[in-house]
Structure formats: C-alpha cells, structure tokens
Design a protein around this ligand. Sequence first.
Ligand SMILES: C[S@@+](CC[C@H](N)C(=O)[O-])C[C@H]1O[C@@H](n2cnc3c(N)ncnc32)[C@H](O)[C@@H]1O
Length: 322
Amino acid sequence: MPARRAGMSHIPVLLNEMLDALAVRDGAVYVDGTFGGGGYTRAILNKADCQVIAVDRDPAAIARACDLQKEYPDRLHVFHGVFSSLPTLMAQSQFDQIDGVVFDFGVSSYQIDTPDRGFSFRFDGPLDMRMSDDGESAADIVNTYDEEDLANIIYTYGEEHRSRRIARAIVELRKVKPIQTTLELANLIKSKLGGRPDAQHPATLTFQALRIKVNNELIEIERGLKFAEDFLRADGRLVAVTFHSLEDRIVKSFLREKAVRKHKQSRLLPGEKAPSPPSFFDLYPKGVAPSESEISVNPRSRSARLRAAVRLPSGQQGGTDA
Ligand SMILES: C[S@@+](CC[C@H](N)C(=O)[O-])C[C@H]1O[C@@H](n2cnc3c(N)ncnc32)[C@H](O)[C@@H]1O
C-alpha cells in the first residue's frame, strides 16, 4: 500500500446539499458510487435507518469502507469496482432497484496527497495516476504514445491549447530517457511554457488530461448516469458532484436530454424524430455551488458543482407548456 502523509483526510464537499438533494429517509436503499474517504456514506447512514451500497475502484478506499462496515454491519454493503460495473454488482446483490445514487467524481484528497500515487506535481513520485491498481499508468502513456495522440489527449481532456508544444517536448525528452516521475514531467512543461508566480502551474491541465485518460473518467461518468436512469425507482434521486467543466458538461447535457424541460416543443419539424419521454425532473437547472464559508474552510471545494434530479415513472410525459 502506498506511503501516506500524516494527518491525511478528505473533507466531503457540499455535504448538507448532497443530503438534501438525496432526500435521505428510513427504509431506503442508496448507492454511493464514489466512496473515497466515506464522508458521504457515513452521513447518509447517520441521517436515516437506510442501506448504503458503497463502491470504489481504489483498494485503499475499499479498505476504509471495510473499516466503516464494522460500525454498520447490517446497513453498509461494500463493493470494489468501477461504477460502470454497477449493473453487474447489482445483479450479485440482494437489491434490484434503488432510491438514490450519489457520485462525487474525481480524486479524493487521500489519492492526491499520497506522493506514491503520482497524481500531483506538488510532490515527487512515480508518474502513476491509477485510481485502481491495474491498467496503463500515466508513465506508460507519456513514454509510449505517439506525439499526435499525446497532443490530442492533452487538448481533449485538459483543454490545454498549448498541447502540441507539450507533446513535442515530451517526445524530445523521452528520446534521451523515459519520463518516470511527476516532477520530471512538471519541470519539463514548466521549462517549455514558463509560468507566472500568481498563475496556476503550467502542468495543471496536462496532469488533469493524463489522469482522465488513465482512468477513463469521462466514459465512466456517462455509464454511471445511465446506471442511475436504469436502476432508480420512480421518485428516486440522482445526485452528482463535479469538479471541472468537462465533468459538469457531461452531467448537464445528460440532464438536458433526459429531464423535463419547461419549454418543450409541442410540434415536430418535418423529418425530426420524436424525443423520448423524459426520465428525470432536474432539481437545480443551474447547479449548486459551495458557499463562501465552505470555500474558506475547504479551498478544494471551490470548483465543485452539485446537480440533482428526481427519477420520473417510466413513460411519464413531461413538459409544462406543450
Ligand atoms: C472525490 S472522492 C469521493 C469522496 C467521498 N464522497 C467522501 O465523502 O469521502 C472520489 C472517489 O471516487 C473514486 N472513483 C473515481 N472514479 C471511479 C469509478 N469510475 N468507479 C469507482 N470509483 C471511482 C475514487 O477512487 C475516489 O476514491
């Protein structure tokens, strides 16, 4: 297990807002698809006499979940795996429908603050970035993908407009020696792009891009949302907390497609396909951001957005002014 830093913890983000949006109640069954440090799961279990199915792909998070399970032996069910495999996990469980699902996407503080996991350029460590303990690491990608693929990854998942320069610099350096550590990569990018002391580190977007690619994060989000649509019972709640615009865009466009819209078009244009009936009611079309006081206590919450929706009965027609 990787070395930990003393006093490490994860402060749950938008915790009360998550509990309100999930409408936690006695007798219900919830899925926490991103257990992490267990802050959400613990709060849900404390709020009502309910059941929680906790999932995480990270073995270290699952070890924490197993510790918590000792406190709630009859109410907490722990599964190790990706949330895209939730349909399979559900088939193995005693539950076939759920009353709520929450996703708190991205990495936990445990992961980012552990140098050996290689997520952060604040510490030197192996260029790894895997949340699970299998698959390609960031070093595998950086040292083997061709220049164009690297540039595309950095551009698409980092929205980094200097992606071509960064990819070229990576390929030049690795001709001399493989890039193996977080600081080797961060220092290379800084030496090519420079950086102002008051601006974000020039490697920030490249690290984000590699992490998303290593963990297939955006496809995972799409599948997690589809799981919610397929397994929530009517009136069940979907709650999703995102940390950057790529994540938020996926949740927003999922809800735009699946949720009741106020100004639903009543007539189809020639050749236009009839939209499928809405499966959700969007509780907060603008999303919920953390308060100033939360940001002052936990600066990492700054970019968080919570979105939530209520599952409509299958086949329900929506729209208020059709
Ligand atoms: C931001 S943390 C969650 C923190 C948690 N809400 C808490 O209160 O402690 C995100 C967690 O989700 C896990 N994770 C990310 N993507 C995942 C996926 N596709 N499947 C399962 N777990 C995932 C990460 O390993 C990490 O532990």
